[in-house]
Write a protein that binds this ligand. Structure first.
Ligand code: 5BU
Length: 498
């Protein structure tokens, strides 16, 4: 495996680990007195992990991988009592296939009176597994007991190094500490997901006497960049042709077929405010795009005549009409808005819907309209992640809940608006806004990144580009540029297309 792939895999693994930990309530915030007497605003309670089999397995797998790639020579595995015992047991028997040893805190007063149980010979070398390392004291105690039985240990693998001198102390005793996570990674992850603010970050760093001076910025820390930018699901995309034949959604069949025939996964966001401007841009863009996205309520002279022209152009130039209304109300109000003054259901193929209102206000209402052949509307895109800075969709559990709603309503939900691919399901399409090849942000909260990041790294399917094209003095040139780059990124490894 190349080191790039290895780094990416490690990044993905750590990200998954941290996400599951956040969900399992491992990180507690408040005022906690530590063993050292220090008062800490954060308590990392790794014991919560036992209760979640997926997390216990992932931790054990990650530690096993780390042991294997370290090249350490060992004949058995020993967990530092008590917290690391579950991981040592799973790692030894499930992944490393080596004998598990147990060290007692006190010798039994009967039977063999042994302090170390398990299969071993004098002079054997063991690898040690620990959950959290603070000063390294408990590890050194165990090593002393091992020495008394003529056993040795030169490497210890832990989940979290609290970076409070443990590593140095162990090194002085000839033991190398390997950790899955350190405090910098944990705090940067918590900061990136919005679980802690910048002020809380400073408070924690100060209370724990850590040496960091500012929260790690994503753009200067490659490993953390991996954590943030990798998709929620790590499997690769199914080939487009296969997706087209597999999908049961007529809308997605149409989208995938247009993509293939027009060689375009580009959606143009036309945020102009007059009908003439919008239609002129549609005329230019039609041949190059998969979809045209509008904000009908931003068009000051919106009329039924406009939607008639737009639907005719969509039929002639073969593109999808996407109204970005972001429905977010009770089911009843959503329905009123769909049929209100702008009669959205009659001219839009797809609309955006927020997940915030919950399943019942979404599914039934949109299903009724989508299944009625009298309307053009054939699907909804659930907003799983927004592109804006500080968006609350990054709050713990929000995106996962949006994905759950989609999974429960696959006949209605055609895909997501997201930043990173959120569903492994091949018939849910991942559309992504926040794409611009020449700028990083506007002054109103928008965050842009390039096409490679959006398609190759974050594994989205369709890019939504607005001002990158519409603010250019040469929009056709830009349309061609975005279409080519996005299509190449999507189909690079797609054997069904190339
Ligand atoms: P831009 O000019 O590339 O910033 O246009 C992006 C479009 O996508 C714009 O119409 C937004 O309303 C829309 N958008 C977005 O930028 N970010 C989001 O998270 C969502 C929609 Br949802």
């Amino acid at each position: 495996m190349s080191s790039l792939t290895e780094n990416t895999r490690n990044g993905a693994l750590k990200r998954n680990l941290l996400r599951l930990m956040l969900k399992a309530n491992v990180f507690k915030f408040g005022e906690f007195q530590l063993k050292s007497g220090q008062i800490s605003p954060i308590y990392i309670d790794l014991r919560e992990c036992f209760g979640h089999h997926e997390l216990a397995m992932l931790i054990s797998e990650a530690i096993s991988q780390q042991i294997e790639s370290s090249g350490a020579q060992y004949s058995g595995v020993l967990g530092i009592p008590y917290a690391a015992l579950p991981y040592a047991s799973i790692a030894a028997s499930n992944y490393l296939k080596k004998p598990l040893l147990i060290v007692r805190k006190e010798a039994k007063s009967y039977g063999t009176k042994k302090l170390i149980e398990g299969l071993y010979q004098p002079n054997d070398c063991l690898v040690l597994i620990e959950d959290v390392v603070t000063t390294g004291g408990s590890i050194l105690d165990v090593v002393k007991t091992l020495h008394a039985e003529s056993l040795t240990a030169t490497d210890v693998f832990c989940i979290l190094d609290r970076e409070q001198g443990g590593s140095e102390k162990l090194q002085n005793a000839g033991i190398t500490l390997h950790s899955l996570l350190d405090m910098n990674t944990v705090l940067t992850f918590l900061f990136s997901t919005g679980a802690i603010s910048e002020a809380q970050w400073y408070g924690i760093v100060q209370a724990l006497n850590l040496k960091y001076t500012t929260p790690t910025k994503f753009d200067i820390c490659n490993e953390i960049e991996d954590l943030r930018s990798l998709p929620f699901v790590d499997n690769m995309r199914t080939p487009l042709l296969e997706r087209e034949s597999l999908t049961e959604s007529p809308l997605n069949k149409k989208i995938l077929s247009i993509m293939r025939t027009k060689k375009s996964n580009l959606c143009l966001a036309i945020d102009y405010t007059t009908v003439d401007e919008v239609l002129q841009m549609v005329e230019l863009a039609g041949p190059f795009v998969l979809a045209i996205k509008v904000h009908a309520d931003a068009i000051v002279d919106f009329s039924e005549e406009f939607t008639k022209k737009l639907t005719t152009m969509a039929n002639d130039m073969d593109f999808i009409i996407f109204e970005d209304r972001k429905f977010a109300d009770t089911g009843n109000t959503n329905l009123l808005q769909l049929h209100g003054t702008q009669k959205i259901a009659s001219w839009a193929d797809v609309v955006t819907v927020h997940a915030v209102q919950g399943n019942d206000s979404i599914a039934g209402v949109f299903r009724k309209v989508i299944q009625d052949p009298a309307y053009r509307l054939k699907g909804i895109l659930l907003i799983a992640q927004l592109s804006t800075k500080g968006s609350l969709t990054s709050l713990n559990g929000y995106t996962e809940s949006a994905v759950e709603i989609a999974n429960d309503n696959r006949d209605v939900v055609s895909g997501f608006i997201t930043q990173t691919r959120v569903s492994a399901c091949s018939d849910l399409l991942n559309w992504t806004p926040g794409v611009n090849l020449d700028a990083k942000s506007d002054s109103a909260g928008q965050q842009w990144r390039g096409v490679d990041q959006a398609i190759e790294i974050q594994q989205n399917d369709i890019v939504i580009v607005g001002r990158g094209v519409t603010s250019s003095s040469e929009p056709v040139q830009q349309l061609k540029r975005y279409r080519q780059i996005a299509w190449e990124a999507l189909t690079k490894n797609d054997t069904s297309i190339n």
